[in-house]
Ligand binder design. Sequence first.
Ligand code: 5AD
Ligand code: SF4
Length: 469
Amino acid sequence: MSKKVFIKTYGCQMNVYDSNRMANVLKPHGYEMSESSDDADLVILNTCHIREKAAEKVYSEIGRLKKNKVAKAAEGNDMFIAIAGCVAQAEGAEMMKRAPAVDMVLGPQTYHRLPEMLKEAQAQRDAGRNSSRVMDTEFPVDTKFDHLPEESDFDNPAQFLTIQEGCDKFCAFCVVPYTRGAEYSRSVADVISEAERMAAKGVVEITLLGQNVNAYHGAEEQGEAAGLAALIKAVAAVDGISRIRYTTSHPRDMDDELINVHRDVDACMPYLHLPVQSGSDKILAAMNRQHTREDYFATIDKLRAARPDLALSGDFIVGFPGETDQDFEDTLDLVRRVKYAQAYSFKYSPRPGTPASTIEEQVPEEVKSARLARLQDLLEQHQQEFNDASVGMEMDILLEREGKQAGQLIGRSPYLQAVHVDLQTADIALDADRDTPYSGYMDKLVRVKIVEAGQRSLKGELVGTVPQP
Ligand code: 5AD
Ligand code: SF4
């Protein structure tokens, strides 16, 4: 009999990828995806620990789920609650104690063992327990990638592909080295075969994912380990893949070979997420970022020389312990010089177990809030300016989903801007002949003229089709 699983994903794209993999691991065991936790036999919360209140959010969600679980039990039905991801990795044991409704705790490196864990949980339940207690947050020597079933459904023309996990950088604020463990790179052959399976299902764009993606050093069949530059070239050679992105990069690992890929490889999109976190040398050192602001500017200059239209994105933390008004002004100054096409910014949040959390000079909350508001104003202004400059340009847009209005499809520009494309009456008529609405355009690259710009998205008109790869 088929069962239902509901997976709620918090946090980063790596978790989105992991959630898809978990669904895939469970499929051969009779689990279908459900849109809601109400009718699910198994609920998995794939959690994130990067910023504050992550664990609290998970506890309140568990509280809600517990009601479902009790109601189901009254009808004689089992429901299992599993906590996965980085909160599970960091606080799993405590969670099991504090929330008895939780049946299973699994870390980001052990979700390939979900079917065995479920069996164990079921056995405990059959033996008369209300909740089972199954936990696996090891970092196994053999990697999960060796055990995951091959993904077969790709419902979107743009997909993420994890090539690297973990991080050895130990930025003073960050939990990732603890929750995801040491850096690990998949082999080139493994990555390419996944890319080929994606391409065979119509995937056009791949975003190579890793916590520290440009530190990638995957084994090659012969010779030395390949770096990210070589891997991008190999993925670009896969038939059907015409767009490649990668995220998230560390400025220290942005070597010349990788910079030149932006010049030499057409499929490498002119967009780069290159977090700097702060514009102050003092804070960069305290964060253990291992580079200065001048190093960062030098890297940006080289990148822009290689690819003049490169759109840059970044991450910023305001209110890191010891950050003065002057340090914060240095961050604003860096932002004015780089001019990001878009960026993410956060208030510093002390993470248990990280070195920065024990520094005494913590910045008051209201100072953090005021700085964040100023920084976000500036970043939003730059994003609007970047988008305004797109008006009148023609770009290739990969259409991925339907918009809210009839005849509207939404896709991404090469610079990762969301673009709403209004099909003209003639296009819609053409599409109406097809079995599935929009099938003529959906999942395809089309040529679009940008006619309007907002801060977060653009509007465009269809100019023509693009020869498909
Ligand atoms: N507090 C605030 N922001 C953080 N980030 C990581 N750790 C913290 C923290 N403790 C931000 C960084 C990182 C992004 C993924 O999350 O900017 O690049
Ligand atoms: Fe965290 Fe990124 Fe620093 Fe690694 S490089 S410790 S993932 S912020």
